[in-house]
Design a protein around this ligand. Structure first.
Ligand SMILES: NC(=O)c1ccc[n+]([C@@H]2O[C@H](COP(=O)([O-])OP(=O)(O)OC[C@H]3O[C@@H](n4cnc5c(N)ncnc54)[C@H](OP(=O)(O)O)[C@@H]3O)[C@@H](O)[C@H]2O)c1
Length: 308
């Protein structure tokens, strides 16, 4: 199968590695220095927990031309970067597009691709549950198992679901179907944004985050507020068990996170102010529509914006 991974950062590099090992004809679209690194060295990944490094040669392109046809395109970038590539994807002949990563605008992105697509587009969404960072031309990847992607469509079943199965047939990568993908992405944002505000406030110095018990408790409380806002707007809490646990056991959650931030592995998680701002702005719009108070979220937001 001919597959394009559009965006060759932490998540895209790991996915491309899985697909290359799965026997496919994989191309990555990268730009600038990253494209040069990939051409010179290939996909270099340090699998942190597995204590091994893999290197896989891969095809690299810098632009996607209209006639470049792929069976599947995975778009793997920050939420704040998606908008810039939608017109390029719409102009391209390929039909099956997975937008993978944090996404607060799934309906609008799908509508754009369907309305402006020069070929009929089928769009689905995903979230790869690996993490990591980039250092000296290599990706440091943190994963349990062999990698996993939560996948879903906004309209029921993913129309090209069998293609996805084919893509991962000869791999141990897991696809997890989510019926309420838009709600799942919004629930995920509720977890990520308050926590990352504190991480960025401390400049990614996780030991400092671990010592900041007050703010850890605040961001766990902010997660709870976020879930209540979503509920008030009619979004289901999904995964329900995760939301319910955080709402019922904020102290335990704070304790677990405090321990996590003490571990060296926590220092390998990546994030940017730009994506965080875009995600938080989306949440700001929902807060404005809801009458649920969010005092903890408000305080953290104020402190983070003042510090950034
Ligand atoms: N990393 C983590 O720990 C982690 C964990 C969980 C979830 N996520 C989520 O996963 C998503 C992807 O994150 P990531 O960590 O993989 O991001 P990343 O490392 O920044 O990778 C994104 C890649 O897309 C490229 N890109 C951006 N705009 C582009 C454009 N217009 N044309 C071509 N390439 C473009 C970037 O290019 P450059 O190389 O030039 O920057 C970069 O290589 C995000 O939503 C993130 O929040 C990440």
């Amino acid at each position: 199968m001919k597959i394009l991974v559009y965006g060759a950062g932490v998540q895209g590099t790991y996915l491309a590695h899985v697909l290359v090992r799965g026997g496919h004809d994989v191309t990555v679209l990268a730009r600038g220095k990253r494209a040069e690194e990939l051409e010179e060295k290939g996909l270099v990944i340090r699998h942190y927990l597995q204590r091994k490094t893999t290197v896989d040669p891969v095809g690299v392109i810098r632009t996607l031309e209209t006639e470049d046809a792929y069976d599947l395109i995975f778009v793997m970038m920050k939420y704040s970067d998606f908008q810039a590539v939608l017109p390029i994807l719409a102009d391209n002949v390929s039909r099956h597009i997975m937008l993978v990563g944090n996404n607060m605008d799934a309906y609008a992105m799908q509508a754009y691709l369907k309305e402006h697509g020069q070929s009929p587009k089928q769009v689905a969404f995903g979230f790869q549950t690996t993490a990591g960072t980039r250092k000296n031309g290599q990706v440091i990847c943190i994963r349990g198992g062999h990698g996993q992607m939560v996948i879903g469509s906004l309209d029921g079943v993913i129309p090209f679901r069998s293609l996805l199965d084919q893509a991962f047939t000869h791999t141990k990568y897991k696809l997890t179907d989510e019926k309420q993908m838009d709600a799942w992405l919004k629930n995920h944002m509720v977890l990520v944004v308050p926590m990352n505000m504190v991480i960025l406030l401390h400049g990614f110095q996780m030991k400092k985050v671990a010592r900041d018990t007050k703010r850890i408790r605040q961001f766990v409380a902010a997660m709870g507020e976020g879930f209540r806002v979503l509920e008030s707007l009619g979004y289901p809490l999904t995964p329900a068990a995760q939301a319910s646990w955080i709402l019922r056991h904020p102290r335990l959650m704070s304790g677990a996170l405090k321990l996590f931030f003490k571990l060296p592995v926590s220092g390998l998680i990546d994030g940017t102010d730009v994506e965080l701002k875009a995600l938080n702005e989306a949440f700001g719009e929902w807060r404005a529509q809801s009458d649920v108070p969010t005092p903890n979220w408000d305080v953290l937001e104020k402190q983070w914006l003042a510090g950034s």
